[in-house]
Ligand binder design. Sequence first.
Ligand code: BDP
Length: 676
Amino acid sequence: MQHFRHYILLFLILPLIAFAEDGSQLWLRYPVNPKPRNIVNSNSKSPTIEIAKKELNQHWAGQAVDLKIDKFPENYKDGYKIVSTPKKISILAKTDLGLLYGSYHLLNLQQQKADFSNLKLEEKPSYDVRILNHWDNLDGTIERGYAGHSLWKWEDLPNKLSPRYEEYARANASIGINATVLNNVNASPNMLREDYLKKVKVLADIFRPYGIKVYLSVNFSSPKVLGGLQNSDPLNQDVQKWWKDKAAEIYKLIPDFGGFLVKANSEGQPGPQDYGRTHADGANMMADVLKPYGGIVMWRAFVYSPSKEDRAKQAHLEFVPLDGKFKDNVIIQIKNGPIDFQPREAFNPLFGALRKTSEMVEFQITQEYLGQANHLVFLAPLFKETLDSDTFSDGKGSTIAKITDGTLRPAKLTAISAVANIGEDKNWTGHHFAQANWYAFGRLAWNHDLSSKQIADEWLKMTFTNNKDFVNPVKEIMLTSRETAVDYMMPLGLHHIFAGGHHYGPEPWGDYKGGRPDWSPVYYHQANAEGIGFDRTKTGSNAVSQYFPPLNEIYNNIKTTPENLILWFHHVPWDYRMKDGKTLWDELCYKYDLGVHEMRDYQKTWDKMQAYIDQQRFSEVQDKLKIQAKDAVWWKDACLLYFQTFSKRPIPSDIEKPVHQLEDLKKIKLNMGHHN
Ligand code: BDP
C-alpha cells in the first residue's frame, strides 16, 4: 500500500518535472550523456580546452572528437574548421578559443539533429570584438533592464561567487560573444575605485577561459571625483597622469583588460567639452594610456544638446569635423539610428561619413522601446536592416556591415556592440523569447550574413523542439514580430511618441513644457491640421543632406522616400495618396489595425503550440502575448484617437472601433520610474 502511494506520487510529479522548464538553460539544453565519456583528444592544453573537453564529454553523443591547433593564416583569429568521417570528427583552429567555439558549434548542430557523417564547414567571425554593454549600476539596478536586478553582486564580490557568472560566460561563448562592458554608460566614478577593480578582476578571471574580455564604462570626471584633482580636463597633465596610473592599476589586476566605453557630454554626463576640449581630445587622452597594454576606447556618438538643431542631425554635425583626429585605438560607437533605438529609424548617417576613423554599431537588445519584457519582438530583422543598409559612402554596396567589418576600409580593429537584456531573472531576459535577441546579436556579430530566418530556426530548435509543427508557425511569428510592433506602435516612420520616462506605452500628446523640446513626443510627430511627420527635407531640418547621394535626393523627395520612413523625413498632408491609393490618414488607421490583428493571430497560433512544449514556458509566453495584444489595442486607440483630433477624418468603417476614450488614456500614468 505504502508502495502504491509512492507510485501515485511519482505519477503526479513526473510530468511536472518533465514538462516544466523555467528557461534558465537558454538555448543550451544539451542532453547529458548517461555515462561519463572520454572521447576528446587535443594537441593543446589550457583551461579553455578543458572546458571544450568537459562540454563534449558530457553532452556529445557522437563519434570521437579531435581538437587540433593547426597552422592558419595570420588573421585567422578565432575561426575554425570542422571535418568529419563516420568514425571521427576533427575541429581545427588557430587558437584554443577557436576550438571551444567549434565544440559549441558541434553541440548546437546536435541539438538541431544535423547529419555528422560527412561534415565539412568553416567559420570565421565577422568582427573582432563582439561585445555586450550592460547598463548595470553598482547598486544592483539596471538602467532599462527588464529582467530583474543585475547579475553582478557587487556586495558579495570578490569573495562570494554566484554560479551564474560562469553560466553567463558559457552562454556567451556558445554563440561567439567575446567581450562585455560590466557597467552602465551613465557610469559611476566608483567603478574605478580600487575595491571595485578587485571585484572586476574576479569576474574577469571567471570569464577568461571562455574567451570573454572585460571592459568598463568610465565617468569622464573620475580624476576629479575619485582622485580629488582640480578638474578632469584632458589636457591637464595631472589628469593625464591620473588616467595613466589608473590604467597601470587595472592592467596589473587584469592583464587582458579590454578598455573603456565612454558616454561623454551626452544627457548631462561630463566630458571634455566641459573644459572647451573636443571629443577627440577626450578620447585620445584615454587611448594613449591604454595603448601600451593593447586596450581600446569605444567613444559613443550618442550626443545631442538642447539646441535648435534637429536632434537627428547632431551626432553627424559634431563628429564629422573630428574625422582623422582620433588615435587608432579609438572606435566611435554609433547607435543604429540617429535618434534612439526606435522601433524603426532611418539608419544613422554617421556610418560611412567618418572616413579616417573606425566605426562600430551599437544595437539595443533590451527592449526599452519595444514593449520591454512583455512584448515578443524578434530583433534579428531590425539588426539586419541596419547592417544591410547601403550608405553609398563609397559607391553602391557600401553597407553598414561592410563599413564596420573592415571589408570596405581596412581597419585595425573591428567591433559590434549591443545593450544587453540580461538580469537575474530565472530565464535571464524576462520574456522567454527575449533570449532569442541575445542569441541573434551573438550570431550576427559572429556572421552578419546569416539570415533572420536561419537564426530563428536554429534558436527555436535548440530552445524548444525540433518538431516542425512547432518550429514553422512560431518562426513565422518571430520573423514578422518586429514589423507587427512597428505597426501597432509607430508605423510609416513615426517615432518617439512614447510615454516620457519609462517609454512603455503611448503618449503622442506628450508635451513636457519647460523641459527640452526634444524630450516631448509632439516634437517628433509634428501633427497639425495639415498633416503629420517631421520635415527633414532641404526645406525642413535638412537632415537629408547628411546622407550620401543618391540617398539625400531619394529621402528629400516624398515620392521616392520608402513609405516605411515617410513620416521620418516628411510632413505629409492627411489626404496624401499613398502607393496603394489610400490617403495617408486611412493608411495610418489600417496599419495600426493590422498590428492589432497580427497580435490576435499570434495568440491563436501560440495556443495551438501547447502540445509541443513544456507547460511552464507555454503558459508564460501565452500570458505575455495577452498583455502584448492588449497593449497593441491601447497603442492603436491612443494614437488614432489623438491624431484624429488633428486629421478630423473618420476612422475607416471596416476596422475595429476604438474601445477606449482618449481622455481616459491620457490619464494613465504608469509608475515605472526613470528620468527622461
Ligand atoms: C537612451 C536611454 C537612456 C540611456 C541613453 C544612452 O533612455 O537611459 O542612458 O539612451 O544610450 O536610450 O546613453
